[in-house]
Design a protein around this ligand. Sequence first.
Ligand code: HEC
Length: 138
Amino acid sequence: MKRSFKVFSVMFVTAAFAFMSVTANAQQKKGEPWVIPAEYKKMANPVASDDASVKAGQVAFARNCASCHGKTGLGDGPKGRMLKTFPGDFSGAAFQAYTSGEMFYQTKFGRGEMPAYDKKIPDTEIWNMVNYMKTLAN
Ligand code: HEC
């Protein structure tokens, strides 16, 4: 194979993938509003949002959530971009308007393409992640 052809093929494949990830993103649907039981909405976070909790939440988020939600919660993780439903923009006002209890509920029980973590991650760790997600406002 000629070298110039090889270079061309690599460029073509790269461009095709870039195009696919952009279009996959553009075709994602936005999730419907969540229906969250009142007891969760007003549930207080039992874990104080100090440095240790936010740091622990960040580590747990990077391990369990970033593949879909992206490292900083923009919804741009490599796996997240391929989903039918947009994982959400955690830096935006709409997301930050959720109460801690609502974020806890969403993480614990999931829905659709958002996995449930009630059997995988202890509540305290979920609250750490809630504390971390609350720091992602822009
Ligand atoms: C397999 C991909 C995937 C993983 C892994 C994942 N999520 Fe999600 N998440 C989603 C999708 C998709 C949605 C949107 C679901 C919907 O609206 O129906 C979502 C929604 C959410 C929401 C609500 C967002 C909003 O704006 O309404 C929160 C909070 C959330 N995820 C937290 C987490 C946390 C914390 C983790 C890790 C413990 C996690 N997610 C792991 C895909 C994922």
